[in-house]
Design a protein around this ligand. Structure first.
Ligand code: NAP
Length: 251
């Protein structure tokens, strides 16, 4: 593949759902900017896989919670891979499972900085470049929210669930704000997906503990989330904006 491929930025593309999305987007003809935070080796591994298969990709470090990092990410991505046509706001964090009565302000600040401020800043940079209002060509944004925004994550991480609630509201509001400017904004709400994230909550085996309680009686794979994300990015979803796809095994 050569120049002229549409470019997608996938935040948190080094592992899990983000890496699966990066791989699938590359197979569908996107040049992929794989943003990562700390895990350079994993991000470069995804880039190597994509380029070995004839695709175009670049790994770029940035903390999505940092305004200067996000600005630099978009500038460097466009320099390396061309104008941004799509954004997947996938970077997200949670912390050790606990009850609300044990959450302190520092933890709340960390969760909201990455999951909410990060998503807003990346949307801002994308809109500034993609909106026809600013001379752009239009584009698509997919926010990776969570079923936690509907379920609440009681006893586990209500702070994280609330951050995803904010992301849902961002999806609705921004979708309406830019619908007439060539930009579609949608979200996916996964849950119980086999990734490293559950280890950060202190329970690596969480999906297996809960799977029997799900209507489908199994956990999900990152690739099953990636399919929905890449569909929402594509022209096949041309009339969808402000919408949510539930990927939670029926929960
Ligand atoms: P994961 O395996 O823990 O991967 C998280 C990714 O986010 C990594 O690539 C990490 O980069 C990146 N990241 C973390 N903090 C960042 C920051 N400040 N700036 C930039 N990148 C950052 O997680 P996952 O399970 O694939 O989750 C991806 C998204 O899906 C998250 O938004 C999560 O909330 C959502 N989700 C997941 C599930 C699930 O069951 N797994 C369910 C619902 C929603 P490094 O590798 O460099 O650390």
């Amino acid at each position: 593949m050569g120049a002229g491929q549409p470019m997608v930025i996938v935040t948190g593309g080094s592992r899990g759902i983000g890496a699966a999305t990066a791989r699938l987007a590359a197979r569908r003809g996107y040049a992929v900017c794989i943003n990562y935070y700390r895990n350079r080796e994993a991000a470069e591994g995804v880039v190597a896989e994509i380029t070995a298969n004839g695709g175009q990709a670049r790994a770029l470090a940035a903390d999505v919670a940092s305004e200067t990092d996000v600005q630099a990410l978009f500038e460097q991505a466009e320099e390396a891979l061309g104008p941004v046509a799509a954004l997947v706001n996938n970077a997200g964090v949670l912390e050790q499972q606990c009850r609300v009565e044990n959450i302190d302000a520092a933890r709340l600040t960390r969760i909201l900085a990455t999951n909410v401020t990060g998503a807003f800043l990346c949307c801002r940079e994308a809109v500034r470049r993609m909106s026809t209002r600013h001379g752009g060509q239009g584009g698509a944004i997919v926010n990776v929210s969570s079923a936690a925004s509907r379920l609440g994550a009681a006893g586990e991480y209500v702070d994280y669930a609330a951050s995803k609630g904010a992301m849902d509201t961002l999806t609705i509001g921004l979708s309406r704000e830019v619908a007439g400017e060539g930009i579609r904004v949608n979200a996916v709400r996964p849950a119980f997906i086999y990734t490293d994230m559950h280890a950060d909550g202190g329970e690596p085996g969480r999906v297996d503990r809960l799977k029997a309680s799900l209507p489908m009686q199994r956990g999900g794979q990152p690739e099953e989330v990636a399919s929905a994300i890449v569909w929402l990015l594509s022209d096949e979803a041309s009339y969808a904006t402000g919408s949510f796809i539930e990927l939670a095994g029926g929960r």
